[in-house]
Design a protein around this ligand. Structure first.
Ligand code: NAD
Length: 304
């Protein structure tokens, strides 16, 4: 069996494939447009987010049985077309949940305590102590929208900081899970008006596009905070800009954007927003878990 590595994965994952005597072909250094010429005799390919698996690659991969994505989102794979050709598409949904949850808390602390702003100012020669009075997480209410794998990990961490946690999701958690996590359900409107911090952990689907729009921001508490480490487009960036500029919101943090990579934005003018370049899953441990999980799943498919 031949497995092509289109984007680098953890070496632990490669070892698993080699132990099965699979031939591992490193294609990660190739220009992406050349990939179709190199997949014809492969049984599987492994990707992360950089490689886009569209019709061209799928058609060229005459032997392909499985496409493995080390990570969660499958936006970069034409899943339906692959399936129509009998190719399985697998991913590693839980491997990086803790990485994303930790980044979410990091972003919240950075906003509340103005950490990124302070760092920027000091490097410019300032000592902005007076401008850096922040607020605490303790005692505030966090509203989690989307209580899936990542949302639950965020809830646990927020509780450890002494926050009250409420959530909204299309699925209600069962009572024992709510009790265990010490969180309460609210409908969306109630969550929006009650939370001091709103953090998003839903997928981007038509129903969640601009879920946080101008109207909903207006209904939030004055001085509230929005964190989006889920997908760009769930928060309306124009409405967010206006609310940050006017002081309606205390602050915000984004890890994901409507257009990535984000190279130019009026958001860059603002000091009360923290921006990171889609690094939620970029933690060593999460990547290792994803590499191992994708390799194990590829082995399972190829051996069946
Ligand atoms: P998950 O599927 O475990 O959880 C998503 C939750 O959203 C589910 O509980 C689901 O019921 C809920 N949901 C779906 N549609 C909804 C709607 N219309 N209204 C309310 N709730 C809805 O997913 P996850 O693994 O927790 O991932 C959550 C998000 O984080 C996804 O958008 C994912 O793409 C993103 N993510 C980002 C990064 C990053 O690098 N920043 C990394 C991994 C995942």
């Amino acid at each position: 069996m031949k497995v092509g590595i289109c984007d680098p994965i953890a070496s632990e994952g490669i070892e698993i494939l080699k132990k099965e005597d699979f031939e591992v072909v490193d294609l990660s250094e190739l220009p992406k447009e050349e990939l179709p010429n190199h997949v014809t005799d492969l049984d599987a390919i492994i990707i992360r987010s950089a490689t886009k698996v569209r019709k061209e690659i799928i058609d060229a991969g005459k032997n392909l049985k499985v496409i493995g994505r080390a990570g969660v989102g499958l936006d970069n794979v034409d899943v339906e077309y692959a399936k129509s050709k009998g190719i399985k598409v697998i991913n590693t949904p839980g491997a990086t949940s803790i990485s994303v949850a930790e980044l979410t808390i990091g972003l919240l602390l950075a906003v509340m305590r103005k950490i990124a702003y302070a760092d920027r100012e000091m490097r410019n020669g300032a000592w902005p102590k007076k401008k850096c009075k922040g607020i605490e997480m303790y005692g505030k209410t966090m509203g989690i929208i989307g209580i899936g794998r990542i949302g639950r990990e965020v809830a646990k961490r927020a509780k450890a900081f002494g926050m009250n946690v409420i959530y909204y999701d299309i699925y209600h958690l069962d009572e024992s899970t709510e009790k265990e996590l010490e969180i309460e359900f609210r409908d969306l409107d109630a969550l929006i008006s009650e939370a001091d911090v709103i953090t998003l952990h839903v997928p981007l689907v038509p129903e969640t596009k601009h879920l946080i729009d101008r109207e909903r921001i207006a209904k939030m508490k004055d001085g509230a905070i929005i964190i989006n480490a889920a997908r760009g487009g769930i928060v309306d960036e124009d409405a967010l800009y206006d609310a940050l500029k006017s002081g309606k919101l205390y602050g915000a943090a984004l890890d994901v954007y409507e257009n990535e990579p984000l190279k130019e934005s009026k958001l860059f003018e603002l000091d009360n927003i923290v921006l990171t370049p889609h690094i939620g899953a970029q933690a060593e441990e999460g990547q290792t878990r994803a590499g191992i999980e994708v390799a194990k799943k590829i082995v399972k498919v190829l051996k069946s």
